[in-house]
Design a protein around this ligand. Structure first.
Ligand code: F6R
Length: 630
């Protein structure tokens, strides 16, 4: 996730910005940059002409940016004169365009009199860019952000009454999407202007100057006094004032709050671990992944770039993935086959290339990998391309190897995941699976408009339903507190619940080191039921769906063998609790969509059990975030 830090005060800001950016490193990034308001320097001061003297006093924004780590940026800054007391800084986590120097922030307008840093996604940037190009603006990066300084420049040029603050207010009304934006202008040397739509941004106040930051840790060493900025508000920050304007442009009062967090707890936003933080970020990750694809009931997923012929001739979809991503592939198979009536084969990356797979140009090959670096998945992609298949990658990391080695890429926008174990990237992948299934069904006219709209509307409220589950995390914790001493866990589900049972078991084993298995519940009697005794916990995924009765019978079977049962049920299900020792209620949804609501309590369950056992949930033993060896 991108990070912003900005300062205006009486101190030199270069080190304030660099140190602030370092404090935001935990958010994940792939490039960094700063922009500082400086006096234009004329090295030949003694022999300068009058014009050169004027030039020397002119202000300019010195932008220094670099791909890679902040150390790389520091190296680039060595020996450069960038003295100034007003500046903006940014760590970029690429969403539009490769993570290279050109795409890093800050971005300039044409005249280089405005520089902007931005965190978020501008959905309508292509339209804005097109309009601006017609008006003569020239763009040099692939980013959505670059339209912002140009748009500010254009507003200031065409509206004689506008200043940078007013221009930001107008800009916020023109853009769709999300954004925390901070702008710096040479004609406005005593202020920084910010605007916010659905991306984090706070202001910090100190006696030596004021700050903007996407997160407290960036400026905690300078101040503990903060001001919250809400959506569609704009802010003028001067050396001694924070002026907040409401969406109507009216100056409003806002109380200052005192943060009591330490640096470490602030990085995790007060959560004990990154894993827990990331579990709680899932409503955001789901919303961001749908952003621009489902908006106010309108479904647009043309970025799949499949023409009518390709869809008509599509004989098979092959999905490959590893670990947690493999479980999202299994969900993909279920929904694509059901909605779009296209056969889907799912393979584990490490198996695929060794089994003489059948794939050709009439297959669509999808590779799912949150990191984009998993060697087994990459090798499978190579194998498929060798055989003529077109490869579509689904990944969370822009510029990752898979994004370069595939024919097309669909990004999940869960934000960077720091905890080794995949949580928010998984639910974002599931969303993409739903979108692909629905999109193909729509293109093949296999779903009525009502049915399609029903799914779209339900997906739009899914973040709120996931939030409802998260609000009851305390109930899961209690169940974990009561059951963590058990030594055998069986996770059972059927149809849409089966991949979630597999995922629940994987989460538990990888962070708690307890033996856990996921099974299709009907398979129990073919072997695993022999394991059940009083030491076994059976976690049953039993939503209200068309296999509910069958699942209930399976749970009764294990109950009869003295296992303890923890059942995930739909709200209002009074029946299952007759057999289950513990239940957790999920909100109602369509049966195809339950997975996303089921996996969240399963992640929490694994988390709380592991915490009871004193495990390091963010860095479980023997595991790595990207598995780049075979
Ligand atoms: C589980 C987990 C791993 C990954 C697997 C694939 O929590 O994180 O099982 O899912 O290593 O990784 P990606 O999706 O990066 O290919």
């Amino acid at each position: 996730m991108c990070g912003i830090v900005a300062y205006i005060g009486n101190k030199n800001c270069k080190n304030i910005l660099i140190n602030g950016l370092k404090r935001l490193e935990y958010r994940g990034y792939d490039s960094a940059g700063i922009g500082i308001l400086i006096k234009s320097c004329n090295k030949n001061a003694e022999s300068e002409s009058h014009e050169a003297g004027l030039e020397r006093n002119r202000l300019e924004i010195k932008v220094v940016k670099q791909s890679g780590k902040i150390n790389d940026l520091e190296k680039l800054l060595e020996g450069q004169e960038v003295e100034g007391t007003v500046g903006i800084g940014h760590t970029r986590w690429a969403t539009h365009g490769q993570p290279n120097q050109l795409n890093s922030h800050p971005h300039y307008d044409c005249s280089k009199k405005i520089a902007v840093v931005h965190n978020g996604i501008i959905e309508n940037y292509a339209e804005i860019k097109e309009e601006l190009i017609k008006k003569g603006h020239k763009f040099i990066s692939e980013t959505d952000t670059e339209v912002l300084p140009h748009l500010l420049e254009e507003i200031l040029k065409t509206d004689p009454c506008a200043n940078l603050l007013i221009a930001m207010q107008i800009l916020l009304k023109k853009i769709k999407g999300s954004g925390a934006i901070v702008a710096l202008g040479t004609d406005y040397p005593d202020e920084l202007i910010a605007g916010r739509i659905a991306s984090p941004l706070i202001a910090g106040i100190s006696k030596d100057g004021n700050f903007f930051a996407s997160d407290m840790p960036a400026i905690l060493e300078h101040t503990h006094d903060f001001v919250v900025i809400n959506d569609y508000e704009t802010v003028r920050l001067t050396r001694d004032k924070v002026e907040i304007y409401n969406p109507e442009g009216i100056l409003i009062q806002r109380d200052v709050f005192k943060a009591t967090w330490t640096l470490e707890s602030a990085e995790k936003a007060g959560y004990e671990d990154f894993m827990l933080k990331e579990i709680f970020e899932q409503p955001y990750g789901i919303r961001e992944t749908m952003r621009g694809r489902i908006t106010n009931g309108i479904f647009n997923f043309d970025e799949l770039e499949l023409d009518d012929d390709k869809i008509k001739n599509l004989k098979k979809i092959q999905i490959i993935a590893c670990g947690t991503s493999y479980h999202s592939a299994l969900t993909g198979k279920l929904v694509i086959e059901k909605w779009a009536k296209i056969p889907v084969e799912v393979d584990i990356g490490s198996e695929y290339r060794y089994r003489s797979p059948l794939v050709d140009e009439n297959s669509l090959f999808i590779a799912i990998t949150q990191s984009g670096e998993t060697i087994d998945t990459l090798a499978a992609v190579k194998e498929a391309r060798k055989k003529g298949a077109k490869v579509m990658a689904i990944t969370n990391v822009v510029g990752s190897t898979i994004s370069r080695e595939s024919d097309s890429v669909i990004y999940t926008h869960a934000g960077p995941e720091i905890g080794v174990c995949a949580t928010k990237t998984f639910t974002a992948q599931i969303i993409v699976m739903y979108l692909i299934g629905l999109y193909l069904a729509k293109r093949k006219n296999l779903l009525s408009e009502d049915a399609l709209n029903g799914f779209i509307n339900e997906l739009e409220i899914m973040p709120a339903k996931v939030q409802q589950v998260l609000n009851n995390a305390g109930k899961i914790k209690k169940i974990a507190d009561n059951t963590y001493r058990h030594t055998c866990f069986l996770f059972l589900g059927r149809i849409y619940g089966f991949p979630m049972a597999l995922e629940g078991a994987l989460k538990l084993k990888e962070i708690s080191y307890i033996h856990a298995e996921g099974y299709a519940a009907g398979e129990m009697k073919h072997g695993p039921i022999a394991l059940t005794d009083t030491k076994t916990i059976v976690v049953g995924v039993i939503p209200e769906d068309f296999v509910y009765d069958k699942m209930l019978s399976n749970l009764q079977e294990v109950k009869a063998r003295n296992a303890k049962i923890f059942a995930l049920v739909t709200e209002g299900d009074a029946n299952t609790s007759k057999y289950a020792d513990y239940t957790f209620e999920m909100p109602k949804t369509f049966e195809e969509l339950y997975g996303i609501l089921e996996v969240v309590p399963l992640q929490l369950y694994a988390y709380y059990i592991a915490k009871n056992l004193g495990r390091n949930v963010d860095q479980p033993r023997n595991l790595a975030k990207s598995v780049t060896v075979e």
